[in-house]
Design a protein around this ligand. Structure first.
Ligand code: FAD
Length: 293
């Protein structure tokens, strides 16, 4: 189980993978994890399709194998939208029987056209539910640029505090491309009495389509220097990839200098990219410096 001590010793470095689609060969993910294990991550988290997504079993299987076959701590994402309490109970039992003791408790995105949303309205409801039933490390999501459905930054942080009050012990942020957004968010969290470790979510942008999709899905802001980079290398995929990796490395270097608790890399199942980034920052993450916020 992930413990608070880990954050006291070093800058935590964790990775996210997603399961192959239900009709794709599950073994491809193990080639990816083989390579990712060279990065020696503190943990690997495995996403879970919300609201009837069919890869939930794969999430649990892969998270279980990461621990048993690779000896790496794993985290199963668990979105609650569309779940009944009984279904959530069944999933928790399944997680328990597979020895998975770290859960990223999420609401999930509300899919278009879904009428019945199940028994959980917010991630904090799921966190309460898990806390009452299962001894595990609970993680929650947070949004440096404010969740797109939130009326204001104040509302957003108030609801985040509800998650930590409910028993969430650690937060992982949505990706962001301007570190100033993360630092402002961290200040708001501190003022709101949120004192759990906050990992910064970093996505190395290696192609234009990927970032356009993220802007559409998550409403993230593209800083001027990032747009310049996209425009300059738009016609050269290799150069754009190199520039995207360099951008992520510079974000991480600055975050570590500002005393970030952890870096959570959205790997997009691209181990080569993750390895290049890790090689560039591995000496930085070993030292835990206290930087006053
Ligand atoms: P919540 O914390 O419930 O917040 C959602 C909105 O509701 C926010 O605007 C919040 O301010 C508001 N809110 C919260 N509580 C209340 C309340 N009591 N009253 C009124 N408003 C309230 N999605 C997946 O489907 N699968 C995944 O594997 C997955 N992994 C993710 C990993 C990370 C690190 C992140 C950042 C996101 C991930 N998502 C995933 C996406 C996530 O499910 C969506 O961003 C979703 O829209 C919000 O989820 P949440 O858990 O933050 O929801």
């Amino acid at each position: 189980m992930i413990s608070a001590e880990r954050f006291a010793q070093k800058t935590v470095f964790s990775l996210e993978v997603f399961p192959p689609k239900p009709d794709a060969d599950i073994h491809t993910i193990y080639q990816t994890i083989d390579e990712l294990s060279e990065v020696e991550p503190d943990f690997i988290s495995v996403t879970y399709g919300a609201a009837g997504g069919k890869n939930g079993c794969r999430t649990i299987q892969i998270a279980s194998d990461i621990q048993s076959q690779y000896g790496i701590e794993s985290v199963a994402h668990l979105p609650c939208i569309g779940l009944t309490r009984q279904q959530a109970e069944t999933i928790l039992k399944d997680l328990e029987s597979h020895g998975i003791r770290n859960i990223l408790a999420l609401r999930g995105d509300i899919p278009v056209g879904v009428a019945a949303l199940g028994d959980f309205a917010h991630a904090s409801d799921l966190i309460h539910f898990i806390r009452e039933r299962y001894d595990c490390h609970i993680i929650g999501a947070c949004y440096p640029e404010v969740h797109p459905e939130s009326a204001s930054a104040v509302d957003d942080i108030r609801h985040l505090r509800e998650k930590t009050d409910a028993g969430c012990e650690h937060l992982i942020s949505q990706l962001f491309l301007d570190n100033a957004d993360f630092y402002r968010f961290r200040d708001r969290a501190e003022l709101a009495g949120i004192h759990v470790p906050i990992e910064a979510g970093i996505m190395p942008v290696t192609n234009r389509k990927q970032i356009e999709r993220m802007v559409q899905l998550c409403g993230i802001r593209l800083p001027e220097k990032f747009i310049r980079m996209l425009d300059r290398y738009a016609d050269d995929p290799q150069a754009l990839r190199d520039a995207g990796i360099a951008y992520a490395i510079s974000q991480i270097t600055d975050l570590i200098a500002h005393g970030v608790d952890g870096i959570h890399l959205y790997t997009m199942n691209q181990p080569e990219t993750a390895k290049r980034i890790y090689d560039a920052v591995k000496s930085l993450i070993q030292i835990k410096q206290h930087v006053p916020v």
